[in-house]
Design a protein around this ligand. Sequence first.
Ligand code: G
Ligand code: G
Ligand code: MN
Ligand code: NA
Length: 256
Amino acid sequence: LDQENRLREAVHRGELRLHLQPVVALPDGQVSGAEALVRWQDPQRGLQQPGSFIPLAEETGMIIEIDRWILLEACRTIRAWQEESPATAPAWVSVNLSAIHLDLPDLTDHVAYALATTGLSPHCLVLELTETVMMRDLAVTSARLEELRELGVKIAIDDFGTGYSSLGYLRDIPVDVLKIDRSFINGLVGNSRQQELVSAIMQLGHTLGLRVVAEGVEDADQLTLLTVMGCKFAQGYHLGRPQPPAELRAGLTVAE
Ligand code: G
Ligand code: G
Ligand code: MN
Ligand code: NA
């Protein structure tokens, strides 16, 4: 079987897995939310990272099915935690959507279906789109995102700062969350120019009333520095790897 058929079969055989990476609030370090990330449990090659199959999934359109499965699974999982242990459950979950979804007229219906069928509150769902979607037809993108926001879900710009797009879209496009790309966090310590840049991005976001998340926090020094800089949300290996939901859940404790 070629790779495309293997991936298609994987989806139908139930070999996809939902992993969750915690997003913490600063300065207290409490888990605030989680990002849903897909994995493929390949019986032949073991657990596959998305980098090895997402590009093919995007080329073939299979990404639509994959993203929709992850969306349902993420909503179901977080809703169940919120019911069973409301004191420790993440308040929200963010799900990645490939740009191709914006061309599908039934996107909003599908998101509404996921919320209705799982019972998750729309305010607990964040949809992550990369900045490159803003290089598409802004009128179409804006209309789709407005439809989604009318459901009550939030929109995040993922990999913020890397999309080579104009900042002008922030004027026209309804967004709620900026996720500062990890390339800005990597090398932050000891680089004052980079610190000024990250501070400016955080200020821009906060001034616009957006939630700003620093991605790719890999050590304690970065975390301390970001906290001093006024960063309110962070995500990265230092704070928690993407992991099976049961593992994340076992590590969650009540705030002191
Ligand atoms: O886990 P890893 O760093 O290999 O992820 C690589 C890329 O795959 C990241 O850009 C991430 O956003 C993307 N990705 C992970 N899970 C999903 C998913 O469920 N849907 C989509 N569209 N992209 C995903
Ligand atoms: O593009 P997106 O932001 O969705 O990518 C998320 C991917 O980044 C995940 O697949 C995850 O494996 C990876 N990731 C998460 N935290 C870190 C980190 O601290 N360092 C690095 N290098 N990658 C990370
Ligand atoms: Mn993401
Ligand atoms: Na990112």
